[in-house]
Structures are given as structure tokens and as C-alpha cells.
Design a protein around this ligand. Structure first.
Ligand code: ADP
Length: 540
């Protein structure tokens, strides 16, 4: 027997229609690529998104066509999120930090029919355009005054396109399982893989993102996503914010600490989100200038492990609550969030920080389990570890245009190694391929790195396994020291001594000026391993 409730599909356009109607005068503020601050409200954003949908139809974009964007977090990019998906086409966000041949592969594999590009990235795409034969339209996301002289074939101007339409447009209704957007993972091995989200998965993920135990978004918030809209949909914030009518503050290309702090102050930001690398720079800036975080109440940290010391600095020095989150492009991306339960209220500061350094509990809707190499499910006691597997309505089922499912026994294998404790708090010990296998035991590179970056004179650190004739692998610690008063290797060893098991002590410590990072701001262990390929440990 079927239920008899109204048959109303979950559609992305409804999120925007709702905010336009009930939060019509709530602001969306952008630091534009051209420079000045742009402000308007949900009512205007909804109208312009409808105008954009009309313009896309006029260009011949049809339901299911892929429309790519290469853009910062701006109001125009926000309009594309809704205009493209709302009309039934697929919004494909391109990460400009990928290598040229990866981008070429991705655009061709996706079959993008149009590309919308910010001024910043026009030169990048000009170099690739003749290899991107399927692209029929190039649109520069600016106004007539700033339109560049470009070799992109028949380049159109975004503002001209939008302004030519009247906005008298009704969003179409269709099956909620229709594809809405597409995002490729950076693919540390092999080609990048496309994750094709649906309207249904996106809307459900948005509801989950707003919940109090998730990101706690409401109409009283002013949200600044530092995480780019080209990386896992800015963790869903551009969809979740209109759902609750939160003000949005979009930083454009200004991701440096002074620009962010200026927006935090001027726009009374309450919630912000980004990867640890961004916060490293921000915290340093706050230390140097003595500035505060003003009205910011919550900092969401994800993408890589949030070091315990970073969580402590935000909370103790700046009185800002850290929300540690884990996810992947494949999980839309929110999988777990580290909000505490009432039973944790009495915990000591130290014990609370230990718990917050874990990646958190499953977001309602997501199921988690850990399995051993032979696929056996492990107990969730906080000690046993295994590969993390996930399930849920916003988890990938198969990759775009590839054969076969992405699943194993109906679960998505994440490639992360984790523990899960009795309260459901998951802790990533490593990427499966980064774990250090020493004499049959595993050393968690993440745990070691966390201990090292807690040293006050260390800026960044990475630990990789180096071949060892006796132990198979042993840890090498690679450190970027803070400029003024760098610690010695001996001092670091002393610092670590009472914090880690004896056999975890790195066999060698190397100081470098800079660590390699991936296109999504993580330390690239892959590049680091290549760099230290022939490294011989003194203990070997
Ligand atoms: P990529 O950066 O490779 O494009 P994702 O952004 O989807 O892809 O990366 C997902 C991976 O990032 C996870 O599988 C996990 O290894 C890592 N990750 C994400 N959040 C955290 C976190 N809070 N702590 C540790 N690792 C994390």
C-alpha cells in the first residue's frame, strides 16, 4: 500500500524559491573578482537565477546537458548553482587548481556544452580551449565594462546574457532523481572520477546540514564559506543557506587572512567553514595583529584532520566553537560531524579536545561501519580499526560514465582507515594508502602529525612511511618550522617523547621550506613520497 501524501519532488529550485519568499530581503554579499563588494538579497538572486535559466535555454542548453563553471565563491556562481540545476541541466564545477591535462580530461569526459568562467581563470582556459571541442559556449562571468579581450571562441558576457531576459519563468518540475550537479574527485590515482548528484540527494543533504547537531544553520546566521564552491559544493552551504534563510558572505578570490577578517567584521559573520591550511594562516594573522574573530561563533573544519592544537586555539583564545567534520566528494560531502552529547558536558578541557579531534558522529541519514581487509565488520569500541564504509541517500552509487558500481556489498568503501567508539564518534587514523606499516603494526600518520603541529614553533608537518630493511616501513617526519625561531630535530624528539608510543618515534626529521599541497588544500603525501623516494633512513 502506498502512502497518500502529495507527490511533490525534492527540487533544488524550491530551496531558492522558499528563501526568496520568506527571506526575500536577507543579503548575499560578495567580494567580487572585479574588486568592489556587491550586495543584493534572496529576492534578487532568485530573479537573476530565473533570468539565467532563460538565457541558458536561449543558448540551446537542454535538460541533462552539462554546464561547467570555473569560478570563485560569488553571487554569480550562486546563480549558476540554481539557474543551471533549476532548469534541469547539470552544474559541473571545475577546480582551477587541477593540472591542465586533468582539466582537459574532465571537461571532455563530462561532455560540457558550456563553460562559465571567472575573469581570473580566462587565461587558464584560453590555453586549453582548442582541446575542448565539445564546448559550444564560453561565458565570462563579468559585466560589459570588464569584458576581456579573449581568444575563447565567441566569448559571451555574463551580465549581458542575464540582463537580456525578463525573469518571467516558472521553474520546471521533474523527477527528484534527475541529475543536478557534477563534481570530480582530484583522483590521487588514475583519472579523476565524476560524482553526479541528484536533486533529491542535494535537498536531503541540505536539510541534514542545517540540523543543530550538524552545522546548526538558521535564519539568524551569517555564513562565510571559505571552502570553494568548486570543491564538493562548498560542503553544501550554498544550498543549505537559502533553505534556512541564512545571510551569505562570499569571499570571491580574497582567501587571504586580512580579507577574510575584514569580511568577518563588516558582515557580522557567525559561521565559517574551510580546510585546516586556511585556518593555519588565519590564526597566525590573528596572533600577529592581535585581532579577534568578532561575531564568529562557529568554525567548521574538514577536508583534512583538524589538529587538536588548532581546535584549542580557536576555542580557548578566540571563544569560537570548532565543528570538526569529515566527508568526501562522494558523500555530498557531509558524513560525520563532531558535535558533543550532553553526557560530554562534564568532561575536562583535555578530554573534550581529545573527543573533538575525532571526526565525529554520523549525520542522521548516514550509516557507518568499519571492516577488516577480509571484509569482516569490526566492533565499534574505539580501539578496533578498519576501512570506513558508508551508506546513505547522499552517498555515491556509481561514478559518472564508468562501468560498474562504486560499492562493495552495498556500502561505499572510503579508503579511509578509522575507529568508531561506543558513542559513535569516528576517528580517521589514516588514508589506507598513507598508513605506515612498521613490523606488522600500523602507525597513524595523522596522529603523529597532530602531535608535532602542537609544537609552538612548528607551522606544518607531514609524516610518511619510508622503506626500512628490517621493519618494512618507518616514519619520516617532514617539518615546516615557523620562521623566527625554528626548533631543532632534537627538541622535536624531546617534545614527542611523552606523547607517543616509543616505537612511533620518527626515524628521521627533515626540515623543508614548504610542503606540497593538493588541489583541495591537503598535504600531498603522494608528491612527498615521490620527493623522498630514494631517501635512506639513518636507521636502515
Ligand atoms: P579530494 O580532496 O581528494 O578531491 P575529497 O575532498 O572528497 O577529495 O577528500 C575526501 C578525503 O579527505 C576523505 O576520504 C578523507 O581522507 C579526507 N578528509 C576529509 N575530512 C577529513 C577530516 N576531518 N579528517 C581527516 N581526513 C579528512
Amino acid at each position: 500500500m502506498l502512502g497518500q501524501m502529495m507527490d511533490h519532488p525534492l527540487l533544488i529550485s524550491d530551496l531558492l524559491t522558499f528563501s526568496a519568499q520568506y527571506h526575500g530581503d536577507t543579503e548575499i554579499v560578495t567580494r567580487t573578482v572585479e574588486g568592489p563588494i556587491h550586495r543584493y538579497d534572496y529576492r534578487s538572486a532568485a530573479r537573476r537565477s530565473r533570468q539565467l535559466a532563460q538565457a541558458l535555454a536561449r543558448l540551446g542548453i537542454e535538460v541533462g546537458d552539462r554546464v561547467a563553471t570555473m569560478a570563485w565563491n560569488t553571487h554569480r556562481h550562486f546563480e549558476l548553482y540554481f539557474g543551471v540545476s533549476g532548469m534541469g541541466a547539470v552544474c559541473h564545477t571545475l577546480n582551477p587548481r587541477l593540472f591542465a591535462d586533468q582539466l582537459t580530461y574532465i571537461v571532455n569526459h563530462a561532455g560540457d556544452k558550456a563553460v562559465f568562467v571567472d575573469l581570473t581563470f580566462v587565461p587558464l582556459l584560453e590555453k586549453l580551449a582548442d582541446q575542448l571541442q565539445g564546448v559550444e559556449h564560453w561565458v565570462v562571468m563579468t559585466d560589459g565594462e570588464h569584458m576581456p579581450d579573449t581568444s575563447l571562441p565567441n566569448a559571451l558576457c555574463y551580465e549581458d546574457l542575464v540582463e537580456a531576459e525578463d525573469g518571467n519563468y516558472d521553474w520546471p518540475s521533474f523527477d527528484e532523481n534527475t541529475a543536478s550537479s557534477l563534481c570530480y574527485t582530484s583522483g590521487t590515482t588514475g583519472h579523476p572520477k565524476g560524482v553526479l548528484y541528484s536533486h533529491r540527494s542535494t535537498v536531503l543533504h541540505s536539510y541534514a546540514a542545517c540540523m543543530v547537531d550538524t552545522l546548526r544553520l538558521s535564519a539568524r546566521d551569517s555564513v562565510l564559506p571559505v571552502v570553494p564552491m568548486f570543491h564538493a559544493n562548498a560542503w553544501g552551504l550554498p544550498y543549505a543557506s537559502p533553505l534556512v534563510g541564512a545571510k551569505q558572505v562570499l569571499p570571491g578570490p580574497g582567501l587571504d587572512a586580512p580579507s577574510l577578517v575584514e569580511l568577518f567584521e563588516q558582515e557580522e559573520v557567525t559561521t565559517t567553514a574551510g580546510v585546516p591550511t586556511i585556518w593555519l594562516g588565519l590564526l597566525q594573522h590573528l596572533r600577529d595583529t592581535g585581532k579577534s574573530l568578532g561575531t564568529v561563533r562557529r568554525v567548521v573544519i574538514g577536508g583534512s584532520a583538524a589538529p587538536r592544537s588548532m581546535i584549542a586555539e580557536f576555542q580557548e583564545r578566540h571563544r569560537v566553537q570548532v565543528v570538526h567534520a569529515w566527508g568526501m566528494t562522494e558523500t555530498s560531502p557531509l558524513g560525520t560531524v563532531g558535535t558533543l552529547k550532553s553526557k560530554h558536558e562534564g568532561l575536562s578541557e583535555d578530554a573534550r579536545l581529545d573527543l573533538q579531534a575525532k571526526q565525529g558522529r554520523a549525520v542522521a541519514g548516514v550509516q557507518l561501519r568499519i571492516v577488516s581487509d577480509d571484509g569482516a565488520e569490526q566492533v565499534q569500541d574505539g580501539e578496533a580499526f578498519g576501512e570506513l564504509e558508508v551508506k546513505g541517500p547522499w552517498v555515491v552509487g556509481r561514478y559518472f560514465r564508468t562501468e560498474g558500481e562504486a560499492l562493495r556489498d552495498g556500502w561505499f568503501p572510503t579508503g579511509d582507515v578509522a575507529t568508531i567508539d561506543h558513542d559513535g564518534f569516528m576517528q580517521i587514523t589514516d588514508r589506507a594508502k598513507d598508513v605506515i606499516k612498521s613490523g606488522g603494526e600500523w602507525i597513524s600518520s595523522i596522529d603523529l602529525e597532530n602531535e608535532v603541529v602542537a609544537h609552538p614553533r612548528v607551522a606544518e608537518a607531514a609524516v610518511i612511511g619510508i622503506h626500512h630493511p628490517k621493519w618494512d616501513e618507518r616514519p619520516l617526519l617532514v617539518v615546516v618550522a615557523k620562521p623566527d625561531d625554528p626548533p631543532t630535530a632534537e627538541e622535536l624528539r624531546e617534545f614527542l617523547q611523552d606523547k607517543i608510543a616509543k616505537w612511533w618515534m620518527p626515524d628521521d626529521i627533515v626540515f623543508v621550506d614548504e610542503l606540497p599541497h593538493t588541489a583541495t588544500g591537503k598535504i600531498s603525501k603522494k608528491d612527498l613520497r615521490v620527493r623522498f623516494e630514494n631517501y635512506e633512513l639513518p636507521t636502515a
